[in-house]
Design a protein around this ligand. Sequence first.
Ligand SMILES: *[C@@H]1O[C@H](CO)[C@@H](O)[C@H](O)[C@H]1NC(C)=O
Ligand SMILES: *[C@@H]1O[C@H](CO)[C@@H](O)[C@H](O)[C@H]1NC(C)=O
Ligand SMILES: *[C@@H]1O[C@H](CO)[C@@H](O)[C@H](O)[C@H]1NC(C)=O
Length: 197
Amino acid sequence: MATWSKAPLIIAAIFLLSSAGVAHGRSRRFVSSHDEPCMEMRLYLHDILYDYSNSTSNSTSAAATKPTALATAVPSSGGTFFGEVVVFNDPMTEGKALPPSLEETEVRAQGLYLYNSKEAFNAWFAFSIVFNSTARRGTLNLMGADIIAEKTRDISVVGGTGDFFMARGVATLRTDTFEGFTYFRLQMDIKLYECYV
Ligand SMILES: *[C@@H]1O[C@H](CO)[C@@H](O)[C@H](O)[C@H]1NC(C)=O
Ligand SMILES: *[C@@H]1O[C@H](CO)[C@@H](O)[C@H](O)[C@H]1NC(C)=O
Ligand SMILES: *[C@@H]1O[C@H](CO)[C@@H](O)[C@H](O)[C@H]1NC(C)=O
């Protein structure tokens, strides 16, 4: 009988331990409010598309498919690239300047974007932000429509791992600059509304 009565206590203790110490053994508290963000950050994403002439070591993204025949057949399309998929492993920085090494940064965006409109120049994003520093380790996973003509557009932060365990929120994208098709810099304002603090 004695062993039976202890079982719920042990189960409760295991539950408390597993829900409190999420990352790095720190004890943290889960915060969820749809009015006030629990975490905010601004990051810049630098994307340098391999254009077949630029240095390969300076390229951080590459087209994995050609645009579809439909992209070129639509008369109104002045090159919408419909169907083209670009795979990227881009450096992200807190300031606007390119980092000294494009390959080794503490924050990277890894994933893909694809052009998804035959009439307009429009993209769709799915990627992870990978944090690898002493301050932050883990990933945020983002996806959503990037309506390029809009000055700002929101995509979803659908989840996270590590220091961002179970995170959810919204990232507001703004094209900070672009040079033809070979370089663009996106300003990304991330607000998490569910996170461990
Ligand atoms: C590549 O980047 C380095 C510094 O980041 C720069 O010195 C070099 O000129 C660049 N090369 C090309 C071909 O753009
Ligand atoms: C993370 O950073 C450490 C230290 O700078 C480095 O040795 C390691 O390769 C990095 N890991 C990844 C996945 O980038
Ligand atoms: C390579 O791309 C970078 C970024 O757009 C640009 O600054 C540089 O001038 C390019 N180099 C060449 C050789 O086209």
